[in-house]
Every structure is written in structure tokens, then in C-alpha cells.
Design a protein around this ligand. Structure first.
Ligand code: CDP
Length: 207
């Protein structure tokens, strides 16, 4: 069974997806970490296209993210890598390489997968699709608290990234027509996790 959780930056996808996976004993897939890892790996590799780097990416996802055996967990969250990830995610060849890896992973087992296009492109037949949102201000405050930076600066960067993500030609950020939209503004993550877990139970019982 696959639960897809898509939505913009800072909507709470990672916390919620991790929490749902933990409660249900499912495996968590952070597709954004793949775009971030590809962006990081491509830096300083002017000799190769980003798509080639993405295609050959040796990435291990988990508590720590390893790329070619090196722990890059902290580096992946830097603003530079965030911006670079958003840029390379507009490249169709890069997307194809990473979506192929994601599809292969989701083929077997029980997953909670988060990203921008899980419900629309990676796993259109996911058993449950959630589109998680929150107000831009709340999203920026959450991200600023994580990074220890000023939320107004984060808000500006976020607006640029939101625009790139939703206006790009290939797989723009969109709610799948059959997704359930949840607004996490002002709601503790635990609340949203509990709501999704009960939606999963309903879907599982109906099968
Ligand atoms: O955590 P946050 O939402 O800020 O970002 P992320 O999920 O780690 O994704 C980083 C970037 O990768 C995003 O800005 C998207 O442009 C891109 N991405 C994507 O295009 N498709 C996905 N399935 C996941 C991420």
C-alpha cells in the first residue's frame, strides 16, 4: 500500500509523513532528498549533465542520507542546496531519472512517500493521496525555526521556490484530483498524523 503526501515547502510533509510511517510500520520515502542529493552531487561536476549524475546517483535514504557512502544529511538542508534542488527539478531528464528510482522503490511493500508529484506522476494509483498545505507565513516560520534563521528572509526564498515548483513545465506542484486536501495551519503535527492514520485505516478496511 502507498500513501502519497504532496504539498509545498514547509507544509509539514516530512514530520507528518515520518509520523504516519512510524505509526503504521510503513517505510518512509523522502523524494525531495533525492532532488537535493542530485543537486549537491552535481555541484562542481561541470563535466557531467545533472541528469547523468542523477541517473548514477548512489543514494541511501534513511535517518541519515548517504551519497556514494558519504553522509550528506546536514548539507542537504542548506539554503544553497534547497535553491539548487528546486532548479534542477525543472529538468525533465533529471525528473525521469529520479522518478524511475522512486517507482522502483514503491513497487513492493508499504510506503508513505512525500514530495510534489507522488500522487500525480510517481504513483497515480496510490491508495491514499494527501495534499498538505499551510499558510505561507506559517510555512516560513516553521522552516526558519529549523534553520535558525530569520523567517522574513525564508518567506522571500520560499515564494521564489513556490513559484518555480508550481509554474514549471514538467510535473508542476498540483493536487491530484482524487487527493484529500489538508491544511496544517495552526494544527500540531500529531493531530494531522492521527487524521491521516485514520484515513489509511478507512481505506484499508474498504479494500
Ligand atoms: O522540504 P522541502 O519541501 O522544502 O523540499 P523538498 O521536499 O526536500 O524538495 C526540494 C525540492 O525538490 C523542491 O523545491 C522541489 O522543487 C523538488 N521536488 C520535486 O520537484 N519533486 C518531488 N517529488 C520532490 C521534490
Amino acid at each position: 500500500m502507498v500513501i502519497a503526501i504532496d504539498g509545498p515547502a514547509g507544509a509539514g510533509k516530512s514530520t507528518v509523513a515520518r509520523g504516519v510511517a512510524e505509526r503504521l510500520g510503513f517505510t518512509y520515502l523522502d523524494s525531495g532528498a533525492m532532488y537535493r542529493a542530485a543537486a549537491l552531487a552535481a555541484m562542481g561536476r561541470g563535466d557531467r549533465s545533472v541528469a547523468e549524475v542523477a541517473d548514477e546517483l548512489d543514494i541511501q535514504l534513511g535517518e541519515r542520507v548517504l551519497v556514494n557512502g558519504t553522509d550528506v544529511t546536514a548539507a542537504l538542508r542548506s539554503p544553497t542546496v534547497s535553491e539548487a534542488a528546486s532548479k534542477i527539478a525543472t529538468d525533465q531528464a533529471v525528473r525521469q531519472a529520479l522518478v524511475r528510482k522512486q517507482k522502483a522503490l514503491l513497487e513492493n511493500g508499504d510506503w508513505v512517500a512525500e514530495g510534489r508529484d507522488i500522487g500525480t506522476v510517481v504513483k497515480p494509483d496510490a491508495e491514499l493521496k494527501i495534499f498538505l498545505t499551510a499558510s505561507p507565513e506559517e510555512r516560513a516560520r516553521r522552516r526558519a525555526a529549523e534553520l535558525g534563521s530569520d523567517w522574513r528572509t525564508v518567506l522571500k526564498d520560499q515564494a521564489i521556490r513556490d513559484q518555480t515548483d508550481s509554474e514549471r513545465e514538467h510535473s508542476p506542484l498540483r493536487a491530484a484530483p482524487d487527493s484529500i486536501e489538508l491544511d496544517s495551519t495552526g494544527r500540531p503535527a500529531e493531530d494531522v498524523i492521527t487524521q491521516i492514520v485514520s484515513l489509511v485505516r478507512k481505506v484499508a478496511n474498504a479494500r
